[in-house]
Structure formats: structure tokens, C-alpha cells
Design a protein around this ligand. Structure first.
Ligand SMILES: [Zn+2]
Length: 187
């Protein structure tokens, strides 16, 4: 790899984090496993500077953009889960808050400036925690991007459950469908 080449993330390598971390990200010395007190848990610790690695789940934020009882989904243009449906969203940057990230990711992926509503929920799998907001569409029509090769609104009974990108996509859509049923039943 040349120094100034732009790259795409290699998701096979990303999955090796944190299990295969060998060197301190701060000083480059070897990391070893030590019992960390008072939590009494084994952590990777730098043998030189003492940096402790706390590998929490990655935080993701996204939007359920709702128009006339239908939710905006995108067909993913990039790995992982290329060709599968999910909602606009992505990693929260260091120093950014989840709400800002949900708005930014939706603008990047479908070119729409949404207004956030209440939280739909927080969904987890082993390595990520996904914060999902309900949102109202901006004035822009959703557009296609490298990250979203198809964009459309789905009513609850139109969702293609067999063709969703991630377990958290299924969990969030399940929660949304349940909430729409509940609001229809209430007076
Ligand atoms: Zn170090």
C-alpha cells in the first residue's frame, strides 16, 4: 500500500479487533493481559506506558425516516451486507454525538436533511450498539449514492424480512412495526 492511497476498510481485518491487538496504540510497546482492579477483569495493558485497552462496542446511529406511515430503507452499495436492505446510519465519530451522527449519515447516504424525532430504541449485537431515531424527511427527495444503490419507502407489510442487512436491522424494524400496531390500536 502506498502512503497516500485512499482505501476502503477491510472488514475481515476489522473483526480481529480487539482480540489480536499486540502493541500499544500510544507508544508502540507490547501489550500484555493483566487483571485490572477494582473491576477484577482481564485487560490488555501496555508494558511501557501503562495504557489500558477498554474495547467497548462500536456506537452506530441511524434514522427511521417516516413518511405517511412508511419507513425509508436503502439497499447497501458497500460491504458488509452489500445488496441487503437497512436504514441510513453509520459509526458515530469520536467527539460527535449520536443525534448529529444520525443526521450526518442520512445526509451522506441518501442526500436528505432530516429532522430528528424521538428515539425508536437502542439495539445491540456482539460488537456494535445502534441508536435509532425516528425522523421526518427533509424537502430533498432521497437520492442514490455509492452507499445506497436503491432507496424506497416501505409500509410495515412491505418489509422484505429475508433480505435485511444485519440482525440489528431486523430488531429495529420489528420494534417499529410493533409501535405502529400499538398506535393504531390506541384510541
Ligand atoms: Zn504504551
Amino acid at each position: 500500500m502506498k502512503k497516500h492511497d485512499s482505501i476502503h476498510a477491510n472488514h475481515r481485518v476489522q473483526r480481529d479487533y480487539p482480540a489480536k491487538v499486540k502493541f500499544c496504540p500510544l507508544c508502540g510497546a507490547a501489550m500484555v493481559s493483566r487483571m485490572l482492579m477494582p473491576e477484577n477483569a482481564e485487560r490488555k495493558v501496555c508494558t511501557r506506558c501503562g495504557f489500558v485497552l477498554f474495547p467497548g462496542p462500536k456506537l452506530v446511529a441511524g434514522c427511521f425516516v417516516i413518511d405517511d406511515g412508511r419507513v425509508l430503507l436503502i439497499r447497501r452499495g458497500i460491504e458488509p451486507a452489500v445488496g441487503k436492505w437497512t436504514f441510513p446510519g453509520g459509526y458515530v465519530d469520536f467527539g460527535e454525538n449520536a443525534a448529529e451522527a444520525a443526521i450526518r449519515e442520512t445526509r451522506e447516504e441518501v442526500g436528505m436533511r432530516v429532522a430528528l424525532g424521538p428515539l425508536l430504541g437502542v439495539f445491540n449485537d456482539s460488537a456494535i450498539t445502534v441508536v435509532v431515531y425516528l425522523a421526518t424527511p427533509g424537502i430533498e427527495a432521497p437520492s442514490l449514492t455509492v452507499e445506497a444503490t436503491e432507496v424506497r419507502y416501505f409500509a410495515p407489510d412491505e418489509i422484505q424480512w429475508h433480505d435485511l442487512a444485519f440482525p440489528t436491522t431486523t430488531d429495529a424494524l420489528t420494534a417499529w412495526v410493533a409501535s405502529t400496531r400499538k398506535s393504531r390500536q390506541s384510541p
